[in-house]
Every structure is written in structure tokens, then in C-alpha cells.
Design a protein around this ligand. Sequence first.
Ligand code: MUC
Ligand code: MG
Length: 367
Amino acid sequence: MKIVAVEAIPFAVPYRKPLRFASGEVHTAEHVLVRVHTGDGIVGVAEAPPRPYTYGETQTSIRAVIDTLFAPGIIGLSVFERERIHAVLDRTVANPTAKAALDMACWDAIGRALGTGVSELLGGWTDRMRVSHMVGFAPDDVMVAEALRMRDEHGVRTFKVKVGRRPVSLDTGACRALRTALGDDVELYVDGNRGWTASEATRALDEMADLGLTLSEELMPADQVLGRRRLTAHTRVPTVADESVTRPGEVTRELLDGAATMISIKTARTGFTGSQRVLHLCEGLGAEVVMGNQIDGQIGTVCTVAFGAAHRSSSARAGELSNYLDMVDDLLTEPLRITGGELCVPTGPGLGIEIDPDKLARYRTDL
Ligand code: MUC
Ligand code: MG
């Protein structure tokens, strides 16, 4: 099961409508398909979704760091030597998405070799997750229409609303419009992508105190150390750390500092190996987790649901699993389906998915 080759293939699939949020917007999924080939002819796959404004990675930088640094370091190791693979990858502090995709492609290869699903290998808790849908910035009526459509067509009853705009009333108004239209039996929470200051965030949460928000995520930058601590102590809405916790050490710091009460786990950022370390750390510290979405395509969404469903604590809340629906197409032979508000883990060895060669030929941008 020695790794003999690694491919990092850029592809681009347009979105039907852009996703807009405080730190950026996405119009086209410009991702990297990662394939890890073993000497036994097994190929593991995963995708890396670059988020330049968050982690500084681009499609070009992910390809370059895989081709020139990570692939030469792991070729010759067996996919089962996960600690050794991580010793190579973790020498480099940054490039989380490139490292995560390599890790998950190795897990896919392991599952295929063993004839077992990755989700079972990771923990095998359940075979599905409830779905949470992220609603991006738009006029209130458009945000409301999107949420109603997701509820009526897919049975989704949990929504993460993007906030962090100025004036704060733009977002408090949108959240109020959503609560009014959707009623009290749906879950609403907010994600600021670091858009506000500590005082704006405090004011916004106070203004929305009657809306029954269940979580607030990254309302301000992590560097507002005292402000984050103060907000987390002041509000009854649990505070989720997302892009401020890219590694287990940062998770420890944010939780012990009182700057966050919950952690967003993104397989796109910490792969399966790192996500499990974060999850177990959270379990040890008594912190809940939410399975987040790095604006993943279908391959990334499969990774999120496979990991989330594998463990009791990561499947307790709805996972953010639906924004791939805004892409006009994807690379899988069997598209994912969200029904009754749930997404099932694909069955079959590894991740249980296959790449459609015609679709890959159509969307890859390197040939
Ligand atoms: C999220 O939870 O923040 C937006 C930027 C990113 O890196 O992920 C998304 C969603
Ligand atoms: Mg977030």
C-alpha cells in the first residue's frame, strides 16, 4: 500500500448564485481534486477547496505545495503509516486545506483496501446526519425565499445565517425576517466571519436576544482577545470558534481562554486525522462541536458527513452539508441527495464515491 504517485488536479464548477459572507464571496468552485495512488493500484480521492481570504491558500498554491513539497515527502510511505505521513505534513504550519485533502485521500485508499467505509473505520456511530443550510448575504426577501425553499424541497430545519455586515441592523433585520417567516420550530444560528468588532457583536446579539439563536460563530477577529472573552461570558448564546481554530493547539487556547464554548470541525481544514484529534480534545474538555462547511463540493460534503456520522458527539447537531446544491454540477457519478432534512453517508468502501471521468475531463482546467 505504498504511495507511488499523488495528483493535484485543478477544476472549476460555477455556482448558480454566489455565496456572500463577511470575509468574501464564492462564484465558482475552483477546487483541487487530490488523488493518492498506491502500488497496489488503489486510488484514494479527496478535494481541497481553497479559501484565500481565510487561510491564504489558492488553487495554484495548493497544487504547488502538493506537487513540490508534500507529495515528494509522502511518496514511498504506506497509506497505513498515518503518523509518518503526518510527521511530514505537520512540519509545515500552514496550508491546512492541502494537508487535509491528502489525509482524506489516504483514508479513502485505506477504506478501499480494507473493503470498509471510512465512516465505519472512524467510529461507525450512525449512517446519516441532519443538515444545516448556510444562508449568505442577500436582500431579506431573497434570504427568506432560499430558507423556505430548502425547508420545503429538502426538509432542512436548521439554518446558519451569515452576519457581520455594517450597519449591524442589516443582519439583525435579516435574522428577524427569517425567524418571522420560518416560525419558531426551525433552528437559527449566526456566523460573522470576523466581520464585526466586539462591541458591534455584543450589540447585535443583544438586539437579537428574542430570536432564539442557538449559536454565534466568529463574530469578531480572534485578535480581539479580551472582547471575545467578554462576549462569551456576557451572552447566553454559545460561541463557536471556526477559522480561529485551525489546529488542536488553537482549539485548546480558545476554549481555555474562555473565548469560545464550541468548536466548528471542518474536514476540509483538518482532514480525518486532525479532525479526530480536535474532536477528542473537545470531548476531553467538555466542549460541543458542530460539523462546519468550508463551502465544499460534493466530495468535501461526503467527507464531512462521513466524519460527522462516525462519532456520537459530531453527529449530535445538524452538520453544514448543503451548499454544494448551489453548484451547477460536480464530479461524482452519483450525486448526493438531501431528503427529509438528512444526508446519508454513501455506502461502499472508502468514501463510497466514484469520480465521473467525463465530468472531470469537462471541468478540469489543467489540460
Ligand atoms: C464558514 O463557516 O465560515 C466561509 C468562509 C469559510 O472559510 O468557510 C465558509 C463558511
Ligand atoms: Mg464559519
